[in-house]
Design a protein. Structure first.
Length: 395
């Protein structure tokens, strides 16, 4: 090709670029969801929230992109990763390289996100992680990840504070934890804190992912007679652990279930008041928290789906809020500009105001505990956040 032809080709590309830019008609967002497999309960809540966000945003005209001078609707391209982190990583490679999506929503869970973020980091695609709390995700020096959840090393703080406040009545603590990246991370932090604070850790037992049989473990728990039983579990194992603890006659003064009551249809209703009353849960999110739009999101989600949102739904909604606030603040779909925006701006959502540190972790976390009281999940700790204080000891 002659030098003249090379110059003409370059001029043609430059001439067509603004036209292609102007013809951009939608923002394509890609994601994989565990619509089948062991993570399907939690991941379904992600998809519900993302779809509601897209529908409401599009109904309002879309997302403003200043560089284009117009609002664009959001289009979702999605796949089922079948609750397999390796499959999720391959799907995100496809979304980026073959589907050519503009942006990404995250999959559900620390395990899948650990795998997927290696792919997004390689391709320099910023992604807000809606359910990834394991510290090691954020300790790899990655520059394109941002979390809506508190990380695992922060989450046990309110539970440890409660035990310290009740130290006259709590001497012995038992812990059961699921073999999953997130829950093992929680156990490392919590078990160390319990021992450092002078409590007797009478049991600290790991069980298989998605276990359904807790009979042997509950026999051990009952024999150890702990004042506090802490189960660091995922769905659906939390359901089986709670039911079988009650059936075995395990009666601690404080019974903590990592997640459970937030799932009204899957946990609260099937187990019933007798099994759930008094259960303390890690407080990831709650509609009664004093954050803009929290209660309104809860009410609209409930009206649309006939069920209240779990915290997984709330964190997915927050992730979408942060992502498209970044687009509007950046004024472009250029990923590097969007990524730079995440590093310097604040983001307001139903989870409060976020500012991200160099790891992509919120610098202003506010962990808390909820409790089932009279059949409802309420904010119970710390005292400055609650109108319904923790009920202790359990009767």
């Amino acid at each position: 090709m002659s030098r003249v032809m090379v110059v003409l080709a370059a001029l043609l590309v430059l001439a067509l670029a603004p036209l292609a830019h102007a013809q951009k008609s939608e923002i394509v967002v890609g994601a994989s969801f565990s619509t089948t497999g062991r993570f399907s309960t939690e991941a379904a809540e992600h998809l519900r929230a993302y779809q509601m966000f897209i529908d409401e945003t599009n109904a309002a005209g879309g997302v403003m992109v200043k560089s284009l001078g117009k609002k664009l609707p959001i289009k979702l391209v999605q796949y089922d990763d079948q609750s397999d982190p390796s499959a999720a990583a391959k799907l995100y490679e496809k979304l980026i390289t073959s589907d050519k999506v503009d942006l990404l929503f995250s999959p559900w869970g620390s395990g899948p996100n650990f795998a997927v973020t290696a792919v997004t980091e390689k391709h320099k695609v910023p992604m807000v992680l809606a359910s990834a709390s394991a510290d090691n995700i954020f300790n790899r020096g990655f520059k394109y990840i941002y979390a809506t959840t508190d990380i695992a090393s922060m989450l046990p703080r309110p539970l440890v504070d409660v035990l310290k406040a009740k130290k006259a009545d709590v001497k012995k603590v038992a812990v059961l934890y699921e073999n999953f990246l997130f829950t093992t991370s929680l156990d490392e932090v919590f078990a160390k804190s319990v021992k450092d604070e002078g409590f007797e850790l009478v049991l600290n037992e790991r069980y298989p992912l998605a276990s359904q049989d807790f009979s042997g473990m509950m026999t051990k728990v009952k024999a150890a007679s702990p004042d506090a039983l802490v189960t660091l579990c995922m769905m659906p194992a939390c359901i089986y652990a709670t039911r079988q603890a009650r059936e075995a006659g395990v009666t601690p003064k404080l019974f903590h279930v990592n997640i459970g009551p937030m799932y009204v249809k899957e946990y609260m209703e099937p187990l019933g008041p007798r099994n759930t009353e008094g259960i303390v849960e890690t407080g990831f999110w709650h509609p009664d928290l004093p954050y803009p739009g929290a209660r309104a999101f809860h009410d609209r989600f409930t009206a649309r789906y006939g069920r209240p949102p779990s915290t997984d739904a709330a964190f997915a909604w927050m992730a979408a809020q942060h992502l498209f606030q970044a687009v509007e603040k950046a004024g472009t779909l250029d990923r590097e500009v969007i990524n730079a925006t995440f590093k310097k701006e604040e983001f307001t959502s139903i989870g409060g105001t976020f500012r991200y540190d160099e790891r992509g972790v919120n610098t202003n976390p506010r962990p808390f505990l909820s409790q089932v009281q009279d059949g409802k999940r309420v904010v119970a700790w710390p005292t400055d956040l609650t109108r319904t204080p923790l009920r202790f000891p359990l009767k």
